[in-house]
Design a protein around this ligand. Structure first.
Ligand SMILES: Nc1ncnc2c1ncn2[C@@H]1O[C@H](COP(=O)(O)OP(=O)(O)OP(=O)(O)O)[C@@H](O)[C@H]1O
Ligand SMILES: [Mg+2]
Length: 482
């Protein structure tokens, strides 16, 4: 049975509503003042409440303000005299569900109450859904709703609390370190240290001592015995980032640690035993490096017990809006600013962009927007130039009826060039680049080849040759005699 509270100082109104709604199958409680109503609302559960706009002491507006502060989810219906309708609208701005004017038509009251009940049910479902979503899609700071991220959540759930070594791969900024932390903090080692080490950031000689520690006097400058990261990570997890950069001699030593969980400190002879979970990451194709002899094959297989690949952001567009929203909230809160709105057309730009720097690039962009924006809304023109280049390329590709996309993120940096972490095939990139510019020139010249050739600084014959070689055909509508 739904419960209704009537807050009104007028006894006749209280009686009327109590009788009518009790007869209609509701359970009704009454309060004769604002403060009494608030007290009942905060201590008992009601499905909907009526509140009179004008009451001595504390009026309806004040009640709404107070209940809003304690964020009571119960919908409010304001009772008002006809002359006070303006104030009633103000009440709706404060979150009231609706208002009714005296004298009442009781059937209309019932309709309003039922409508309020339906909406609040939907709202509650929504809140619940969001909670579930958060549980499912916000895996300890990992955000994403794409099918690819779902698979990653499932995998993390399965492997987190095991001892298996995980090789996390993915382009720069895709979240390899966040994933490593998520694995650690979802394992039974979570109370013990998570020790990251970037293998590319430390010179080889120092890296060995960094990893395994050294004994006093092991080398010039080794004044004291020092324990390394493996010992620091004892009973916890070590995260070896950029493992592809590990020097061959250290690859051998690491292989032994993985197999035996033991090593010697630099300059020492005593064998140190550790209990460490090993996670590694790389943005290189380590398998290929292993096949080519650039990385020890046996070590690769030891590391790659569980491969976890993070797809680039451009391949999981569903996540872009969610991550944008997340970073917007984080930075606005941090910089104490009101939320900045991103309208549809700006979101389109974000969605069609290639994101060579992946999630990190998105995070940096939003931080920059939050610092610079003072209008409260981000228009496409407020985005850095590279976003417009991307859009322009796409628009032209569409106009030309070809699906040319620069595979390289040509528009990825302010200098206009971006070398992807995994390298590229220069010939095919240049080929695509050339094709794209030719298509743009044809588009701008309305398909007139002579003009297009001029725009490109070529003579017409050279352009024709290029068109033929690249298999570019003009759409019939573009075939204006040239
Ligand atoms: N799914 C995600 N949800 C929330 N934040 C993310 C996600 N993925 C990445 N980030 C954020 O993006 C930034 C880059 O992530 P991270 O450092 O883990 O990337 P990476 O793959 O290790 O990059 P690199 O190869 O350059 O070291 C971090 O600030 C991280 O918090
Ligand atoms: Mg990293």
């Amino acid at each position: 049975m739904h419960r209704i509270l009537v807050i009104d100082d007028d006894l006749t109104v209280r009686d009327l509503l109590e009788t009518y709604f009790t007869e209609s199958g509701f359970s009704v409680a009454v309060a004769e003042s604002g403060p009494q109503g608030i007290e009942m609302l905060t201590s008992e559960k009601f499905d909907v409440f009526f509140v009179d706009l004008v009451m001595p002491g504390m009026g309806g507006i004040e009640v709404l303000r107070k209940t809003g502060e304690c964020s009571i989810l119960t919908p409010a219906i304001v009772i008002t005299a006809f002359a006070e309708v303006k104030t009633a609208i103000e009440a709706m701005r404060l979150g009231a569900f609706d208002y009714i004017t005296k004298p009442f038509i009781l059937e209309e009251l019932l309709i309003t109450v039922n409508r309020a009940l339906n909406i609040s049910k939907l709202k509650r479902e929504n809140v619940m859904l969001k909670k579930q979503l958060r549980k499912k899609y916000n895996f300890e700071g990992l955000i994403g709703v794409s099918p690819q991220m779902h698979k990653i959540y499932d995998l993390i759930e399965k492997i987190a609390d095991t001892e298996s070594t995980v090789l996390i791969t993915g382009e720069s900024g895709t979240g390899k370190e966040v994933v490593a932390k998520t694995i650690h903090f979802n394992s039974s080692r979570s109370q013990n240290p998570f020790i990251p080490l970037n293998c590319a950031a430390i010179p080889k000689d120092l890296l060995e001592s960094e990893l395994f520690g050294h004994e006093k006097g092991a080398f010039t400058g080794a004044i004291n015995t020092r324990i390394g990261r493996f010992e620091l990570a004892n009973e916890g997890t070590i995260f070896l980032d950029e493992i592809g950069e590990l020097h061959p001699t250290l690859q051998v030593k690491l292989l032994r640690v993985i197999q035996e969980r033991e090593f010697e400190r630099v300059g020492g002879s005593r064998t140190v035993k550790v209990d460490v979970r090993i996670l590694a990451a790389t943005n290189k194709d380590l398998e290929k490096a292993a096949q080519e002899g650039a990385f020890r094959e046996d070590l690769f297989y030891r590391l790659n017990v569980i491969p976890l690949h993070l797809p680039p952001l451009r391949k999981r567009k569903e996540d872009i809006a969610l991550l944008t929203d997340h970073f917007m909230q984080v930075f606005c809160r941090r910089k104490k600013k009101d939320l900045i709105r991103i309208p549809h057309e700006t979101m389109e730009c974000l969605l069609s962009y290639r994101w060579p720097g992946n999630v990190r690039e998105l995070e940096n962009l939003i931080e920059r927007i939050v610092i610079l924006n003072d209008t409260g809304v981000v228009m496409p023109d407020d985005l850095p130039e590279r976003f417009h280049l991307g859009k322009c390329e796409q628009a032209n590709a569409e106009v030309s009826g070809s699906s040319v996309q620069t595979q390289t993120g040509m528009s990825g940096t302010s200098s206009g060039m971006f070398l992807p972490a995994g390298g590229l095939d220069l010939n095919s990139v240049l080929n695509e680049f050339e094709k794209n510019l030719i298509l743009q020139a044809l588009d701008r010249s309305g398909g007139i080849k002579k003009k297009a050739a001029e725009l490109l600084g070529l003579n017409r014959t050279t352009l024709l040759e290029k068109l033929k070689k690249k298999g570019i055909e003009l759409r019939s509508s573009d075939k204006i005699p040239s």
